[in-house]
Each structure stands twice: as structure tokens, then as C-alpha cells.
Design a protein around this ligand. Structure first.
Ligand code: GUN
Length: 292
């Protein structure tokens, strides 16, 4: 039996459609939701994310500005730009694309973003609110996974969710969201990482297995329990001479083998990535609504 393919394209379209009337209603009140993305340097993966974010804003009629800064931008200059955006009432969302170059202290930058405009949910205030189970901006990728599960009628309650990866952007907030004491969550969570011993003994127990490691084909079929739901958050470039651009995008999961064992699985591309962008749009609209 082959797994149900969770269609990130279709589900993200649903999320975006739901936003249209909310954006229209804001416009009637004279407000255009505005997202400003700051990118320092020219990392190709970061550039590609930033382009996708800009396109999504355009499609929805969200005001979008991208501030592209040189790789050698100083921390002081970046903090001054953020402070300006904090004060600008037309800007509802501020997103600093990560990673940042070495001369810039990432924590200091994230702390400097007004928590009411921190649509990425990376500032310590929003991380704290998330851990405390309060309403807050939630990082878009794990938020997108929760939305995908809900829209696919997969209820994590009482299930064993095993996450591979402990990043601040995905793994840690994913664990926090799945363990929340609320409808659509209530999972038992195990978080694995690079120092976990006998990882496959844990992954094989997962009812919901979430891979966010950044290594192609890391999750093989023997690591997956039959009938598990498998969510692939990896976005990896692998060389492919048959493609004009010389590479293709794959996830962290050996999709072809695992789809024969899982009950549901997200593809890459066309899975979680799509949802991430949609959730960022939703947070920006939410921020604009809160400004009323
Ligand atoms: N780098 C990789 N993913 C993300 C993201 O979701 N937000 C930001 N700001 N940087 C990233």
C-alpha cells in the first residue's frame, strides 16, 4: 500500500485563499499589510527563499519590501535599519533572513525586532510565549506542519511524534507546538539530534516522524514504522546534470522507499516549503489586523 501524498501546494493555496477576504477587509480600512525582509549577503538558498516570499506577497496584494545588504554590513548598520522599521507604521512584519554573516550577532538582531512585528517568531519574547502556551507569532515552518496535519485530519493527540533536528527555526518550536496542551496538539514528543544514540530505535516508534536535519535520504525505510505519518522538512540541493540549473531539490527522507511504508507523507518539493510561505503571509496579515 502506498502512502497518501500530503499536497503542500493545494493546502497552501487553501491558506492563501482564506487570507484574501481578510486582506480585502484591511484594505477597506485603509491598511495594506506590509512585510519587510532583510537579507545580508547573497547565499543562493536564502536568495531563493526571499524571492518566494516576495512573490507570495505580490500574489496576495501584501506590501513587500526586500532590503538587500552587502555581506560586510556592520551589526550597527543592521540594527539601525531594524529600529527604523520598528518605528514605521506601514511595516507590520519584519523578517531578517538567517543565517547572518559572522560579524553580526544573530541573537542581538533577533532581540532588536519589535515582538509585535516579529512575524518569524524568532525573538526571545515570542519563543517564551510559545513555550508558555500563549498566543504569539510562531515560526512559519513548524506552524505550517501543524496546519498541514490539521487540514489532512491527522490529530497528533496521544501520538508519539519523533522529531529529528533541534534547530531554533524548526526542531525546537516543532516540539513545543506538538506538545501544547490544546486541540490539534497533545502529542508525546521525542526530539532526536546529532548526538542521539541508536536513533532508529526511536524513529521506528514514531506515529508521526518529522525530519529536519538537512541531509538527503537521511530517513530510510527501515527507520519508519508501518503506517506512520512522515513529514519531510528538508530542502537539499543535490547535483543533477539532467537539469538545466545543474541541481534538484530533495528532502531528508528517502521518499520512494518510505512512501511504501508510511500512511501519509509530504513530498519535496511541493510539501512543507509551500506551507511555510503561506504561514508567513498569515502571520503578516495577523500582525496588520492587530495594528487596528
Ligand atoms: N532561514 C531558513 N529558514 C528561515 C526562516 O524561516 N526565516 C528566516 N528568517 N530565515 C530562515
Amino acid at each position: 500500500m502506498s502512502a497518501e501524498i500530503i499536497d503542500g501546494k493545494a493546502l497552501s493555496r487553501e491558506v492563501m485563499e482564506d487570507l484574501k477576504p481578510r486582506i480585502a477587509s484591511l484594505k477597506e480600512k485603509g491598511i495594506i499589510p506590509g512585510l519587510t525582509v532583510i537579507i545580508v549577503g547573497t547565499d543562493p538558498a536564502s536568495m531563493s527563499y526571499v524571492t518566494s516570499k516576495g512573490k507570495a506577497c505580490e500574489r496576495l496584494g501584501i506590501g513587500s519590501e526586500t532590503i538587500m545588504l552587502k555581506e560586510d554590513t556592520s551589526q550597527k548598520d543592521l540594527l539601525a535599519i531594524i529600529e527604523n522599521l520598528n518605528q514605521n507604521s506601514r511595516v507590520h512584519g519584519i523578517l531578517v533572513q538567517l543565517p547572518l554573516p559572522d560579524q553580526i550577532d544573530e541573537n542581538l538582531v533577533l532581540e532588536s525586532i519589535n515582538s509585535e512585528k516579529d512575524v518569524d517568531g524568532f525573538s526571545p519574547i515570542n519563543i517564551g510565549r510559545l513555550m508558555a502556551g500563549q498566543d504569539c507569532f510562531v515560526p512559519a515552518t513548524p506552524n505550517g506542519v501543524m496546519e498541514m496535519l490539521a487540514r489532512s485530519n491527522i490529530d497528533p493527540e496521544g501520538k508519539h511524534a519523533v522529531i529529528i533536528g533541534r534547530s531554533n527555526i524548526v526542531g525546537k518550536p516543532m516540539a513545543a507546538l506538538l506538545m501544547q496542551k490544546k486541540k490539534g496538539a497533545n502529542a508525546t514528543v521525542t526530539l532526536c539530534h546529532s548526538r542521539t544514540k541508536d536513533m532508529e530505535k526511536l524513529t521506528i516508534q514514531a506515529d508521526i516522524l518529522i525530519a529536519a536535519i538537512g541531509k538527503p535520504n537521511f530517513v530510510t525505510a527501515d527507520m519508519v514504522k508501518p503506517g506512520a505519518v512522515v513529514i519531510d522538512i528538508g530542502i537539499n540541493r543535490v547535483d543533477d546534470d539532467s537539469r538545466e540549473r545543474g541541481y534538484r531539490i530533495v528532502g531528508d527522507v528517502d521518499f520512494e522507499a518510505v512512501k511504501e511504508i508510511a500512511s501519509a507523507i509530504t513530498p519535496v518539493p511541493g510539501g512543507v516549503g509551500r506551507m511555510t510561505i503561506a504561514m508567513l503571509m498569515r502571520s503578516t496579515v495577523q500582525s496588520a489586523e492587530s495594528s487596528l
